[in-house]
Ligand binder design. Structure first.
Ligand SMILES: NC(=O)c1ccc[n+]([C@@H]2O[C@H](COP(=O)([O-])OP(=O)(O)OC[C@H]3O[C@@H](n4cnc5c(N)ncnc54)[C@H](O)[C@@H]3O)[C@@H](O)[C@H]2O)c1
Ligand SMILES: [Zn+2]
Length: 368
């Protein structure tokens, strides 16, 4: 197997479930080589949404076939609105036809929706089988494909049904971002900015310095940024795989962001766009609580504005937002907990019991 130029490898150290995230341009054509090297057995199921199957399905299929495997593309209808158990059921039907073995495997090809659903199929079909993540959106490359959370939405809530099931490898080809809609690219950058705020001031600065190249997906713009983000997420997941503590810092911007998403029906705003609003509002809450220095709030707001996120305040009442936050599955012992920046690169988690503070922050929110 030819080793691509500029290959970055990050190990996710989880004992007997450890795996390597590989990042290099052109990796999308080497999925078969990696599956062989990892000892996967034929046949392999490539699970992808219709749109990604159309763009990258054949290339991945060819790579897997030339490594000597039998394989089929199992497509599902594109979009978050299809991330539910009925789609999973149809995927199981196709798996029964293909008859992959437990040591065989699933290739999750696409964005976070494909990763979460194919991962859930891999976690449950035959009581769990091997799978490889091949993420193709920025959100999936810097966030969703790392850490082993898989699952689907339920009418009662987003990601309500799922499992922890780590992949055997994550194969990231940053060149695939070139076909991504620019709005999706920006949405993924919200998680990059988040990683900077919670863990790494240097990443935060670099993101600001190279913002134009990142937004335009210039050649090589992501060759350092993607592994950098994977490393941050991997280090957090290694310390707290099942989210008993530290992993919760990844929810910065998401407590309010999830409420905005839920109340706007997951349709008007993309995930990262809601998180961008959430990151600003949560920093403003931190300022009100005396945790986040005003200069830090300004720096966060400035970078998010510079990235061009739509930051107008959604027409939602603070009480509706608070209700929605209490319904979130992450609420612990009936308390709302927020991730608050103490400086760029460091956060602390605080329970906020005075709901009036949240009402004030939402009343005065100014992102745009
Ligand atoms: N498991 C986790 O830890 C985790 C973390 C964050 C988010 N998520 C989940 O991720 C999901 C969102 O992921 P997403 O934003 O990637 O959405 P997505 O998978 O729906 O992809 C967004 C759109 O981009 C298209 N697309 C994907 N790759 C493309 C490419 N290279 N070129 C052209 N088009 C492409 C898709 O067809 C889709 O229309 C949510 O369901 C969220 O819950 C999971
Ligand atoms: Zn997110």
């Amino acid at each position: 197997m030819t080793v691509p130029a500029q290959l970055s490898e990050i190990t996710v150290g989880l004992g007997d479930r450890a795996y390597v995230i590989s990042v290099a341009n052109g990796l999308i054509d080497q999925v078969g080589d990696y599956a062989r090297k990892l000892g996967f057995h034929s046949p392999l199921a490539i699970i992808a949404d219709d749109a990604v199957a159309e763009i990258y399905g054949d290339r991945v299929k060819r790579s897997i076939e030339s490594a000597g495997f039998k394989t089929e593309i199992i497509p599902f209808p594109t979009g978050e609105t299809n991330k539910h158990l009925q789609t999973i059921s149809a995927l199981y039907d196709a798996m029964v036809q293909l008859k992959p073995e437990r040591d065989g495997g699933v290739i999750a090809l696409g964005g976070g929706v494909a990763g979460d659903m194919a991962g859930f199929v891999a976690a449950t079909y035959l009581r769990g089988m091997r799978f490889i993540q091949v993420p193709t959106t920025l959100l999936a490359q810097v966030d969703a494909s790392v850490g082993g959370k898989v699952g689907v939405d339920h009418a009662g809530g987003k990601n309500l049904i799922g499992a922890f099931h780590q992949p055997r490898a994550v194969l990231i080809d940053p060149d695939t971002l070139k076909s991504l809609d620019p709005r999706q690219v920006r949405s993924g950058l919200a998680e990059v900015i988040k990683h900077g705020v919670i863990q790494d001031a240097e990443l935060f600065k670099r993101t600001g310095d190279s913002l134009d190249a990142l937004l335009a997906v210039e050649d090589g713009a992501y060759n350092e940024i993607v592994p950098w983000n994977c490393r941050i997420k991997a280090r957090v997941v290694e310390q707290d795989e099942h989210e008993h503590g530290l992993r919760a810092i990844l929810n910065y911007g998401h407590t309010i962001g999830h409420a905005v998403e839920a109340l706007t029906g997951y349709e008007t705003l993309l995930h990262g766009e809601a998180v961008a609003i959430g990151m600003i509002a949560e920093a403003e809450l931190g300022e009100k609580l005396g945790v986040t220095p005003p200069g830090v709030v300004k720096a966060i707001r400035r970078l998010i504005q510079k990235a061009g996120f739509p930051l107008e305040k959604p027409k939602l009442t603070a009480d509706a937002m608070i209700d929605s936050m209490f319904r979130d599955k992450k609420v612990k012992s009936g308390q709302l907990r927020f991730v608050l920046p103490t400086r760029i690169g460091e956060v602390k988690i605080e329970a906020v019991t005075d709901l009036e503070l949240i009402r004030e922050v939402w009343a005065n929110y100014h992102g745009a």
